[in-house]
Design a protein around this ligand. Structure first.
Ligand SMILES: [Zn+2]
Length: 453
């Protein structure tokens, strides 16, 4: 009897080992199957270390890259190449955020159910969500300046424009820089990998905190003398571009009054400000089809009113990622719930299921509606609707002091037209004033998109 019992235990142990082994294999197969199939030693797929099949197009079918046995063939237009290289990728793989490396398995034709299902020579075609005309417009508008432009459809999540400068021609790739993928490098994608001082664009986060936590905000007023001294000494001055006079909450945002927003930040307090920066999704990376953006960071001290005020104004130690800021704009546009951004228009059946999904609630619906209303007021009262002909635009500018020769210029917001629901972010290093330097770039790109819809 004891012998049988022991045998039963041994059988059970063997079964357990088998089950655990099967479990580990299944897990590894699902997690790493794509890597195994796309392994560099697979000569069916690679020539001299480069993928030799697969095609990448933009959303309208414009061919951006064809991988052949004789090497990569890029679009024959120079501006199209330099304006899309951070989305498409380069032959040497220096652009780590490019589709060539990120969507390798889809390009080759691998999926979990069928393996390398497309064993023919051509590979698969990946349609990216970007519009190459809009990318070119962004590249032209940025000119020789360092910066980034990101635009996405806040209803579907499709990124229609993603440009980063400085950029380079993948058909004539520069030699490897030592600072590859470091900030300022040709290979660095400011939109995905950058974090910058947000300047006054961050007042949209502070405003959300005010709307939710100051029921008496409609009776708030502030007398701005342009200097707004908090205590004794020069380091307690909350400087403004000019004396704004007496402003209420709405006017404070439209005029972007630092003194008023310093007071509003102190009124809601450090703990609440920290919570709202997190709620806005600005402190976590954004997932773009498996590409993780950089995460922003903030410091809201509860024992230093001057530092706290500057942090609520979008200065001090504040850093945001442009993609995360664009998503926050999408949240305001979409009633408080942003849609997950994506770069692949069509590649697999899985994509059709997961595309356009909500990222959860970032802002209460009523709060989002009030922010939207204030952003329209900014355009009417400050930026001028005539500067955005044909666009139903909501926006906030930003002018960030980053220690450069000039300020960094920002313009963020969204449009709400039936056929063109776009959230956008524009950042120009050393650009000067946000409204004058970055707003025309947004207008140029959004008009291009509007005309191609
Ligand atoms: Zn002011």
């Amino acid at each position: 009897m004891r012998k049988q019992e022991r045998r039963a235990w041994i059988c059970l142990a063997i079964v357990m080992v088998l089950l655990v082994g099967l479990g580990i294999f299944t897990y590894r197969f699902i997690k790493h199957g794509g890597e195994w199939a796309t392994f560099y030693g697979n000569t069916q797929i690679y020539t001299d270390g480069q993928i030799n099949r697969g095609t990448i197009t933009d959303r309208n079918g414009t061919e951006l890259l064809r991988c052949t046995k004789d090497g990569f063939v890029y679009n024959d237009d120079y501006e199209t190449r330099v304006a899309t290289v951070h989305a498409v990728g380069d032959p040497k793989g220096n652009v780590s955020t490019g589709a060539i490396s990120r969507f390798k398995s889809q390009l080759i034709g691998y999926d979990i159910l069928n393996g390398t299902y497309d064993s023919s020579a051509g590979g698969k075609t990946i349609s990216l969500t970007i519009d190459s005309d809009a990318n070119r417009a962004a590249y032209e508008a940025l000119g020789s300046r360092t910066g980034t432009v990101g635009v996405y459809n806040w209803k579907t999540g499709e990124i229609v424009c993603m440009v980063s400068t400085p950029t380079f021609d993948p058909a004539d790739e520069p030699e490897n820089a030592d600072d590859m993928n470091e900030e300022g490098s040709y290979f660095f994608n400011n939109f995905i990998s950058g974090t910058m001082i947000p300047g006054s664009t961050f007042k949209l986060v502070t405003s959300a905190a005010v709307i939710d936590n100051m029921p008496d905000r409609d009776s708030f007023t502030f007398d701005c003398d342009g200097v707004n001294q908090l205590g004794d000494g020069d380091d307690t001055k909350l400087y403004d571009v000019s004396a704004h006079g007496t402003v209420d909450f709405r006017e404070a945002l439209a005029e972007s009054c630092n003194g008023a927003f310093g007071a509003l930040t102190r009124a809601v307090g450090a703990k609440t400000m920290k919570k709202y920066a997190e709620k806005a999704g600005l402190t976590e990376p954004v997932d773009v089809d498996g590409i993780e953006t950089a995460a922003g960071s903030f410091d809201f001290p509860d024992d230093n009113d001057v530092r706290l005020s500057w942090a609520g104004i979008g200065q001090a130690d504040d850093l945001v990622n442009p993609c995360a800021m664009m998503v926050y704009m999408g949240a305001i546009a979409n009633g408080g719930e942003p849609v997950q951004p994506t770069l692949i228009k069509s590649a697999s059946f899985l994509k059709d299921i997961t595309g356009g999904k909500s990222m959860g609630r970032y802002i209460d619906e009523d709060t989002a509606a009030e922010l939207r209303d204030m952003m329209k007021n900014n355009v009417v009262e400050n930026y001028g609707e005539r500067n955005f002909p044909g666009l139903n635009i909501y926006a906030k500018s930003g002018t960030a002091e980053s220690g450069g020769v000039n300020s960094d210029a920002w313009f963020v917001g969204f449009t709400d037209d039936e056929d063109a629901p776009y959230a956008f972010v524009v950042w120009v290093k050393d650009g000067g004033f946000g409204a004058s330097a970055a707003a025309p770039i947004a207008n140029s790109v959004l008009s291009t998109l509007e005309s191609t819809e």
